[in-house]
Ligand binder design. Structure first.
Ligand code: 6R9
Length: 695
């Protein structure tokens, strides 16, 4: 399969081991940090926003709650969990975990002994309490005139119908179901239907290629694929079903045939007429659910029963299937949603993330429904038909909490304030940011222009692996500093460690690790517990290692500086450089490739690829285009390199390791700051590369 580690055709192979030595981590970009801190620490941001009363009113109250969450996690999380329906109560001492590889296998367990169901708690519980008529989804299509409302009662009925259908197809507790869909209500509905019957969902973002989908369906041995005929994104039509068909063929070729494909007909993207259909294997979504009952018995599952797999990129190798389990994830998704967005049942909330990413799982499908909110589900893009789309939608539904990524904020900022100001936005109370560090300028614009200075910003640091927010401001509870994620959420003990794994106390910088388990800790990597331990727990024994660097300032505020491993963050999408490299090398004319990130004004980071062509092949514009298309085909369009830099040779050590630090400096045009290059096998390579930069 192509998403394996890079191979250098006809050249010495650089081993890409999972447990890379620490010197493979980038150093913490201290200069950048200091400059950032100096520029922003002086700014005072109002501590108090008069427009709402927060659940946590001040730092003192937070300190007390935080202290209990750390010292008595059994009691703290147990008290919160009582709000939910448990078919069987958990044991009093319900938490056990080991984060120290030296003491034995890593394991995490919450709500031991308990039986529950997250779908029941997200839907049935509200309907049973008389809120069946409350709006659940406010669907907003790609075009301005497309919308649809669904109440909690309606969503529950459709979830039951789909759950019944899946059961009728032999899907049982523990079976995997792949979901490859656009942002229609049926996407979260499909996730909830799986959860209802104890099936494990694996949502694959609709921007991924056939190859990527195939690999994911194969890895989890999906019993059913739920997809759609197509989708419109802005002016572009994407034939999801055609991609799903080739993925199906690829997976079958490598040994896994998905027996059933459910196709949601998206009339707005051509519908049935434009869609291929394989009799016997494919079934239309509407027809599949039509004959099914609108009630469906819940499968009560153990708290540690897996809820979903979500594949994410790491430093090396193919994407990892991060596993999250029912009980801890449920309680953590609910608690973070409630406190970070200060969310009350019935609030109108909008998260712009796609359900294909973790943000869409926790802060669209699960968190807001567990709280009982009404939320916007947006199929389109923030800039279509114009850059005022978001503010138009905010006014249309009177959105109270708005959650998006810095890359979107930056591109809307570039479009100009006028697009914002022509809409009222007076319903907004809280603005959230996620996915990458937010630069202080974008933070300021978001706060001052979008929020008219009335709304606190919650800059939430977390990861696919953490399941929910980890370091984040609580709105209105303490002063903000633009660009800082501030303090840890309840139950989270972040530490900064140095190269030797020693904790850095007080002011300072280091590798960001977590010291204690939290309820939504990833439980394993699907099918590979060893990889889980190697990736997250071996780099700094005793801790979960995040892959990010951070700094703590004199007030104890935490500033995230970004990845210190070979993962880059492009428009908030996590991309493993190794995956892009192996995709490039799949092109017949590419001998070797090395990929690094570089600063990009809108995307945060862009993808910069150094490519060595096969002996005798001359670089041309056609090859450049072909290389980019190869990456699109193997991973997806969002992973396409922004820059291809022709490289007759790559800077390597005598042992054959590529010095990525040098490549990052050349990409950033900072070749005068290369640092120590005495271990380079051929120092001339650097000059050669600089000369060939061509811009
Ligand atoms: C939720 C999500 C995780 C990586 C993470 C970090 C970056 C996310 C951030 C942030 C600075 C924030 N990241 N939120 N960096 N400030 N508020 O994005 O998950 O796709 O797994 O990415 O994103 O580098 O390690 P995921």
């Amino acid at each position: 399969h192509t998403t394996t580690s890079a191979v250098n055709k006809g050249r010495p192979v650089v081993p890409t081991q999972e447990g890379r030595s620490l010197d493979a981590l980038h150093s913490i970009p201290v200069h950048k940090l200091r400059a950032q801190a100096a520029a922003t620490e002086a700014l005072t941001v109002p501590e108090s926003y008069p427009h709402f009363t927060p659940f946590v009113e001040n730092k003192k109250q937070y300190d007390e709650m935080y202290k209990r969450s750390i010292e008595d996690p059994n009691g703290f999380w147990g008290d919160i969990a009582k709000e939910f329906h448990w078919e069987k109560q958990w044991d009093e001492e319900h938490i056990s975990y080991n984060f120290d590889v030296r003491k034995g296998p890593i394991h995490v367990e919450y709500f031991k002994g308990g039986l529950t169901n997250i779908c029941y708690n997200a839907l049935d519980r509200h309907v049973a309490a008389g809120h069946g008529d409350r709006v659940c989804f406010l669907w907003e299509g790609n075009d301005l005139d497309q919308d649809r409302k669904m109440t909690y009662g309606e969503v529950l009925e459709e979830v039951c119908q789909l759950a019944n259908y899946l059961r009728s197809q032999g899907v049982q507790k523990g079976d995997a179901v792949s979901i490859y869909m656009p942002m229609v209500c049926e996407l979260p509905i499909a996730m909830l239907a799986c959860a209802r019957i104890g099936a494990v969902h694996s949502v694959v973002f609709g921007g991924f290629s056939a190859e990527a989908l195939a690999g994911r369906m194969e890895d989890c041995k999906a019993k059913v694929l739920i997809t759609a005929s197509g989708v419109m994104r802005g002016n572009k039509k994407i034939d999801l079903k055609a991609i799903a068909d080739s993925a199906h063929t690829m997976a079958a070729k490598s040994g896994h045939t998905v027996p059933r494909v459910v196709v949601y007909e998206n009339e707005r993207a051509g519908g049935r007429a434009a869609c291929s259909f394989t009799e016997g294997r494919d079934v239309w979504y509407a027809e599949a659910i039509a004959e099914q009952a609108k009630t469906c018995e819940v499968e009560w599952v153990e708290a540690e029963h897996p809820l979903f797999l979500l594949y994410t990129s790491g430093s090396t190798g193919k994407p990892k299937g991060v596993v999250h389990c029912t009980g801890g994830y449920m309680v953590y998704a609910h608690t973070t949603t409630k406190y970070v967005f200060n969310m009350q049942p019935g609030d109108t909330y909008w998260c712009t993330a796609d359900c294909g990413w973790i943000t869409g799982h926790t802060y669209l499908t699960y968190g807001p429904l567990l709280v009982g909110a009404s939320q916007v589900v947006f199929e389109g893009v923030p800039t279509y038909p114009g850059p005022d789309r978001c503010w138009r939608v905010v006014d249309k539904y009177a959105v109270k909490q708005f959650y998006t990524a810095p890359t979107a904020i930056r591109s809307l900022m570039r479009a100009g304030d006028l697009y914002v100001k022509e809409h009222l936005r007076d319903s907004l109370r809280i603005l959230g940011s996620v996915g990458e560090p937010i630069n202080p300028e974008a933070w300021r614009w978001y706060h001052d222009i979008v929020g008219d200075g009335r709304c606190p910003i919650v800059d939430t640091w977390w990861q696919t692996e953490t399941g929910g927010h980890m370091i984040t401001p609580l709105p209105n509870a303490w002063a903000q500093k633009p660009g800082s994620a501030t303090y840890p959420f309840f139950g989270v003990v972040p530490v900064l460690v140095d190269e030797k794994g020693n904790e850095v106390k007080g002011e300072g910088e280091g590798y960001l690790c977590i010291k204690q388990a939290w309820p939504a800790t990833l439980r394993t990597v699907y099918g590979d517990h060893e990889r889980y331990e190697t990736n997250y727990f071996k780099p700094f024994p005793g801790y979960y290692f995040s892959g990010d660097g951070a700094r703590r300032d004199k007030d104890g505020y935490i500033w995230i500086t970004g990845r210190v491993d070979d993962v880059i963050n492009v428009s908030g999408h996590r991309i493993g450089t190794a995956e892009v490299e192996s995709a490039l090398v799949a092109h017949a004319k590419c001998a070797e490739a090395a990929v690094v990130g570089y600063e990009h004004p809108i995307k945060g980071q862009g993808i910069y690829a150094y490519v060595t062509l096969m002996e005798g092949v001359e670089p041309t514009e056609d090859i450049r285009r072909e290389l980019i298309n190869t990456v699109r085909g193997i991973i997806g369009a969002f992973a396409a390199p922004d820059v291809i830099h022709w490289a007759p040779g790559l800077p390597k050590t005598r042992s054959g390791k590529i010095m990525r630090r040098v490549l990052r400096k050349i990409a950033a045009k900072q070749e005068d700051e290369l640092g120590d290059v005495s271990t380079l096998a051929d120092p001339h390579v650097v000059e050669q590369l600089v000369a060939l930069r061509g811009h």
